[in-house]
Design a binder for this molecule. Structure first.
Ligand code: KG4
Ligand code: ZN
Length: 357
C-alpha cells in the first residue's frame, strides 16, 4: 500500500497561533491527526481588538511549542511530513511572517515541498475536512474581516458574486458587543445574550436589503445600535438589543443568500446545488438554522464545518495544502506575505480586514 500524504498546516494571520497535521486515509478522505489552536484573546481583550505587535510577539513565543504539541498529538515525527502549508495572506503582515517563515524553515531543513495558502481558501475548503463535497458550490464566507458570496468552481477557481461594501459580519457582531460593554471578541457572547432577549423589540435597519444584488452592508445597522445603546437602562434592554441585532443579521443573510442562490444557479448549471457557510460567524447556531431553512425551501444542500473548524485553525490550511499537494502545486521559498491577498482578482479589499475590531 502506498504511503498516504501527510500535510503540516501552519496559521498565524491574526490572533490565533495554530498548527495541524492531516493525512489522507485509505478512502481518500482527509483525517485530522492533530489540530492545535492557541488563542490570544486574553492578550488583546483589554484593548478591545487585536494589537498587531502584541499578536506577532505571541506568535513568536508560541509557534514552536504549538508545533511540537501538534506533532506529539499526531504520533508522527517531522520526517513523516510530505509537505508544509502555511498561511501567506490575507492578514496582518507582522503576524503572517511568523508562521510563513516558520513553515519555510521546516520545508528547507526537511527538503520537503512548501505550499503558500490563502487564509480565505482555508475557510472555503474547511467543510471538506469532514464531508465529501464536489465542486462547484456556493460559499458564504462570514468572518471577522470578510463577508463574501463566492462561487467555488474548483481549487483556486473562485468567482465573487457579492461582498460587503463596508463592515464584515463578524466585525458588526464585535462592534455591537463593544457598544453593549461586552468584552472582545463579542460574537459568541452576543449569541448567548440574544437567547434571553426579544428579537422583535427593536426595529433595526437592513441596509441595501432590496438592492445591490447579493452585496452586503452593515454600517447603517451599527449607527442605529449606537443610538439605541445610549438609552439602554437595564440588562433586559441589553438582551433585547442583542437579540434584535442577531435577528436582523439573520434576516439580511436569509434574503441576500436567496439572491445569491439565483446568481449561483446561472453559474452551476444542472448540478445538485450546495451551499457552504464558513468562517467564524458560521459557528452561530441561529444563523445556521435560518440558512438551513432557506436551503430546504430552495432545494440546496446546506453544508457547515463543525463548530470547532469555523474559526481560524491550521487544519483548514493543511486541507488546502493537501489539495495542492495532490496537484503538485508548490511554491518557492521566496513567496512573500501578502496582507491583501484576495481569492479572486475582482474582490474588493475591506479596510481593516484581518483586524477584528
Ligand atoms: O474566522 P475567524 O475566526 O477570524 C477571521 O478570519 O476573521 O472569525 C472571527 C469572527 C469574530 O468577529 C467573532 O466575533 C465571530 O467570528 N464569531 C461569531 C461567533 N463565533 C465567532 N459571531 C457570531 N456568533 C458566533 N457564535
Ligand atoms: Zn479567518
Amino acid at each position: 500500500m502506498s504511503k498516504k500524504p501527510v500535510i503540516l498546516g501552519i496559521e498565524s494571520s491574526c490572533d490565533e497561533t495554530a498548527v495541524a497535521l492531516i493525512r489522507e486515509n485509505n478512502k481518500g478522505e482527509p483525517e485530522i491527526l492533530s489540530n492545535i489552536v492557541s488563542s490570544q484573546v486574553d492578550i488583546h481583550k483589554e484593548f478591545g481588538g487585536v494589537v498587531p505587535e502584541l499578536a506577532a510577539r505571541a506568535h513568536i513565543e508560541k509557534i514552536d511549542l504549538i508545533a511540537k504539541k501538534a506533532l506529539d498529538e499526531s504520533g508522527l515525527s517531522l520526517n513523516d511530513v510530505d509537505a508544509i502549508a502555511a498561511t501567506a495572506g490575507p492578514g496582518l503582515v507582522v503576524c503572517l511572517s511568523i508562521g510563513l517563515n516558520f513553515g519555510k524553515a521546516i520545508s528547507a531543513s526537511l527538503k520537503k515541498p512548501f505550499i503558500a495558502v490563502n487564509h480565505l481558501e482555508g475557510h472555503a475548503l474547511s467543510p471538506k475536512l469532514n464531508s465529501k463535497i464536489n465542486y462547484p458550490y456556493l460559499l458564504l464566507l462570514i468572518s471577522g474581516g470578510h463577508s463574501q458570496y463566492l462561487s467555488v468552481n474548483g481549487l483556486g477557481k473562485y468567482k465573487r458574486l457579492g461582498t460587503t461594501i463596508d463592515d464584515a459580519v463578524g466585525e458588526a457582531f464585535d462592534k455591537t458587543a463593544k457598544m453593549l460593554g461586552i468584552e472582545f471578541p463579542g460574537g459568541p457572547q452576543i449569541e448567548i445574550l440574544a437567547e434571553k432577549g426579544d428579537p422583535k423589540k427593536f426595529d433595526l435597519p437592513k441596509p441595501i436589503i432590496n438592492k445591490g444584488g447579493c452585496n452586503l452592508s452593515f454600517a447603517g445597522l451599527k449607527t442605529a445600535i449606537l443610538r439605541i445603546t445610549k438609552n439602554i437602562k437595564n440588562e433586559k434592554d441589553k438582551y433585547d438589543l442583542a437579540a434584535s441585532f442577531q435577528n436582523t443579521i439573520e434576516e439580511i443573510l436569509y434574503k441576500k443568500s436567496k439572491v445569491a442562490f439565483e446568481e449561483f444557479k446561472n453559474v452551476s448549471g444542472d448540478k445538485r446545488k450546495k451551499f457552504v457557510v464558513a468562517g467564524g460567524v458560521a459557528a452561530n447556531k441561529k444563523i445556521r438554522k435560518v440558512l438551513t431553512k432557506l436551503c430546504n425551501e430552495q432545494n440546496f444542500d446546506p453544508i457547515f464545518p463543525p463548530i470547532n473548524l469555523c474559526g481560524d485553525n491550521a487544519a483548514m490550511i493543511a486541507m488546502v495544502g493537501m489539495e495542492k499537494f495532490k496537484k503538485n502545486q508548490f511554491d518557492n521559498l521566496d513567496f512573500p506575505a501578502k496582507p491583501r491577498w484576495q481569492l479572486d482578482e475582482k474582490a474588493v479589499f475591506l479596510k481593516g480586514a484581518g483586524v477584528k475590531i
